[in-house]
Design a protein around this ligand. Structure first.
Ligand code: GTP
Ligand code: MG
Length: 336
């Protein structure tokens, strides 16, 4: 079994990260079909069946990866630590760049994070619909939409991509439009898209599953074992007290498990009281009743954990299940 890769979405403020994830969610939520996309805490799961459906005739083979788990990050310059955390967790990343604005300070910062963790990534060159003369083409793959554009528009898409390619070259990367790349190990793929109109979403998902399949299979093998995750946020919840939002990247977590959580000082040792997931929208009768409690969860997943003594839990730190190796786990958490 291999788990779904964790895909972080990074980039400069307002370049379209959240719109991209909303669009991916929206396309399938609207359809309400089997294999639909599910919302996690702090993450969005796109199962492989949903990817086959969105990609349609772009995909002509089967993949072993069971899907993709996307994590959004904020682009505002104040949120460097959240971006770094998203980068550290990621098996793969999407760097969103506004094609009309090009590479900006937090784009460079994101690239440096990805370099530091050696995370493979692709570039979503977003907002192509704002290029002068662009003809709508809602929800179409980029490779079909581009053929329907006037010659001048096709040229301006390429000019804007070329500017990004030049900047990336200065930063040490060889990049090209994804449909012109023969060897994805040597070149960074640029997928022109419009998150707003849904253009290029299919192409992006296709390149991501392709990369995951080719380069990550070994890293994604799941072992049945004690759960390990990272705290994304520490949050007060009505009726639950302080909770932690966690991305579980390995193993299993169960209700009642002893966990060790990083804190401002000594690691916290506590017991999981509840594992919570977002309730599907159609089951949410009362807006205060937002969570569904589950007995266990397997990687990769985004969950909320309720447990005593989480007041000093520290965002960005590890959460690890311990049994008879408690001391060893505490030492590990202390060091990380
Ligand atoms: P931060 O989280 O603040 O870093 O921003 P973000 O990258 O998540 O950007 P967001 O998705 O919030 O989009 C910012 C603005 O750009 C919104 O007004 C979106 O509607 C708009 N936008 C996003 N994608 C597109 C696109 O493809 N085309 C157009 N025309 N507008 C877009
Ligand atoms: Mg956003």
């Amino acid at each position: 079994m291999i788990r779904q890769p964790i895909v972080s979405v990074l980039g400069h403020v307002d370049h379209g990260k959240t719109t991209l994830l909303d669009k991916i969610r929206g396309t399938s939520v609207a359809r309400r079909e089997a294999g639909a996309i599910t919302q996690h805490i702090g993450a969005t799961e796109v199962p492989i069946d949903a990817i086959y459906k969105i990609c349609g005739k772009l995909i002509n083979k089967k993949f072993k990866v069971p899907g993709l788990l996307f994590i959004d990050t904020p682009g505002h310059e104040a949120f460097t630590t959240l971006r770094a955390r998203g980068g550290a967790l990621a098996d793969l990343a999407v760097l969103v760049i506004d094609i009309n604005e090009g590479i900006m300070p937090q784009t460079v910062e994101s690239i440096n994070i990805l370099k530091r963790y050696k995370t493979p990534f692709v570039i979503a060159a977003n907002k192509i619909d704002l290029i002068y003369g662009w003809k709508n083409c809602k929800d179409e793959p980029f490779i079909f939409a581009i053929q329907k554009q006037k010659e001048e528009v096709q040229q301006s898409v390429d000019e804007k991509i070329y500017k990004i390619v030049e900047k990336l070259y200065e930063l040490g990367f060889s990049a090209d439009r994804y449909d012109r790349i023969a060897d994805f190990t040597q070149n960074l793929a640029i997928i022109p898209m419009s998150a707003k109109l849904g253009i290029g979403i299919a192409d992006l998902l296709l390149v991501l599953v392709g990369l995951a399949q080719r380069f990550l299979e070994e890293n994604l093998k799941t072992e049945e074992g004690p759960g390990e995750g990272t705290v994304l946020e520490v949050k007060e919840e009505r009726g639950l007290g302080k909770t932690i939002d966690v991305i579980l990247y390995s193993g299993t977590m169960r209700k009642g498990d002893t966990i060790v959580v990083g804190s401002h000082d000594e690691p916290i040792i506590t017991k999981i009281k509840a594992i919570l997931k977002p309730k599907p929208l159609d089951e949410m009768r009362d807006p205060r009743d937002r969570f569904l409690s589950v007995d266990e969860v397997h990687a990769a997943a985004g969950i909320k954990i309720a447990a005593p003594n989480l007041e000093n839990a520290l965002a960005g730190s590890p959460v690890i299940v311990a049994d008879d190796n408690l001391e060893e786990v505490v030492n590990r958490v202390r060091k990380e």
